[in-house]
Design a protein around this ligand. Structure first.
Ligand code: F6R
Length: 261
């Protein structure tokens, strides 16, 4: 695998030849973290994302499980977000996504899977969010957080306006986010108005973060996320000062970076 690294590219930004290469690289990184913890007899707490971006990562992890014996028995997972309201059985829920894209195909213990609920009563949302935070804390925090990025700079569903100290909470989805989901939902009117998401702080507290961005549709927001001063208009910009973040991009998503570095 050949990474395109120019003298001006910061070390923690890897520009891969393709989405496939980037995904293999991320899958390998995750597998190595899982195995390192297994060797110590420890669990690993993974923060997981949905959307198109991580699909090939999950595919490769499944291949590693089936062909190379990679076990997920020591994995405790926390997903970033879920639409609200949306039943877990709904074909577009992130519960379904995770089952279909990863969990149904590996040996993870079902009781180790955590995803914000999309069916919580409005009055119970706050308590649900607080206990999601508390559970992450009680397990020692997230060891490795996988992220995609929205075209509006969201991470998880931390939409523009989300502050650095935000925690798991219910959020109103931004028009860009709902617009991007409207095809899948077969019409904007069917896209949920809200979601439950881990906060920016919940994410930045992770010990390691890997943010992936593929395709030219992510070029402009990657430029802003990496090079603009940190601000709540681009929540992903709050990752800039994280002590261990790797940005994995394909060439298309990186097209505007050379102009800024
Ligand atoms: C999904 C999530 C979102 C996506 C982002 C990019 O769990 O947290 O922030 O990562 O919307 O979506 P894709 O990968 O479909 O471009």
């Amino acid at each position: 695998m050949e990474d395109i690294q120019t003298a001006s590219t910061p070390k923690n930004i890897t520009v891969c030849n393709s989405r496939e290469e980037g995904s293999l690289k991320v899958a390998e990184l995750i597998a190595n973290e899982i195995k390192a913890k297994q060797e110590k007899g420890e669990n690993i707490v993974l923060g997981l994302a949905t959307g198109n971006t991580p699909k090939d990562v999950y595919k490769e992890l499944i291949r590693m499980h089936k062909e190379e014996g990679l076990s997920f028995k020591n994995v405790i997972s926390f997903n970033l977000d879920e639409y609200h309201p949306l039943a877990p059985e709904h074909h577009l829920s992130y519960h379904r996504f995770m089952d279909e894209q990863l969990f149904n195909h590996v040996d993870i213990n079902r009781e180790n899977i955590n995803i914000p609920t999309g069916i919580c009563k409005v009055d119970d949302v706050e308590e649900h969010c607080n206990s999601y935070e508390a559970k992450i804390e009680s397990l020692g925090g997230i060891d490795l957080q996988l992220l995609g990025i929205g075209r509006n700079g969201h991470i998880g569903f931390n939409e523009p306006g989300s502050e650095a100290n935000s925690k798991t909470r219910k959020i109103e989805l931004h028009e860009v986010t709902r617009g991007d989901a409207s095809n899948e939902f077969e019409g904007l009117e069917h896209v949920p108005l809200h979601a439950i998401t881990m906060g920016v702080e919940t994410i930045t507290k992770a010990k390691k973060i890997v943010l992936m961005a593929f395709g030219k549709g992510k070029a402009e927001i990657m430029k802003q996320a990496i090079s603009e001063p940190m601000n709540s208009k681009v929540p992903a910009s709050y990752l800039q000062t994280h002590r261990s973040i790797d940005y994995i991009l394909d060439k298309e998503a990186a097209t505007l970076l050379s102009q800024t570095h």
